[in-house]
Unconditional design. Sequence first.
Length: 289
Amino acid sequence: MEILTKDDFEILHQCPWDNASSDIAEFLYQDDMGCDIVRCPQCGIVYAKRRLNESGLPKYWGDYLSRVHVLDPEAVVKRNKMYEIDYAFSHQYVSSGRVLDVGCGNGSFMGVYERHGYDVYGVEYGKEAADTAGKTHSVRYGVFDEMNFGDERYDLIIFRGVLQYVPYPTQYLEKAISLLARGGHLFITAQPNMNSFAFCLFEKHFTQPVTGADFIGYTEPALSSYLQSFGLLKVGEKFFYEETPYADVEEDILKMAKGVQYKRAGKEIDFKAPAYWGNMMTLMYHKNM
């Protein structure tokens, strides 16, 4: 990754979800890049007041695939198992048709759908990842909400672990809604849950905290309320944990208990939260218009 400088960051004066003034936001913590992380009192969204800007984003994401995503072979194996779990959930609602994976990475999740007979397309912002996925899949490189799809429509649009990295999330969601076919589904999964007990306890040591690069943390009510205003109704919900390759139930409970002990004693938690119930959201929405 290219070195980030102060010119690669911007200051937010409004909540990126509901435009409430950041002056009224509740300060939660400061991340390792010196970015203040706050919670909007109106919508409950957690966001970075100081975050990567248009010059910082390409630096951060350009080589993300090799620098982070596929660096740890064990993590790749676990992620591939989660792809199968996520696919099985979505298959209950959409068993065939055209699929668009927004933020498709190297195309591994797209491959799961292709193997099951779906007609799959991808969008990716990271250049290295887009080039890699493009070798075996139909992939568009660039900013999703700025793309022209013409008359193309999709039966399933996927945001898997993506919305937390999007500077203008409502624009991405509205773009997706416009591209859904009548009766189509919007699938949001691997999405960190800011209402989870683990995030409320561990904050910056959460398994996937909000940072200046992971801009925004969501709650299910905020997402569902917004999407309902566009005619999308939530038809499926799951907070995967015990069935995932990340769960080690007894050890995870012990680590959570240790975190509670630290908090009660007024000690700063200095270790990472475990996988736990409620940490990650999987949500399915139906467009009935």
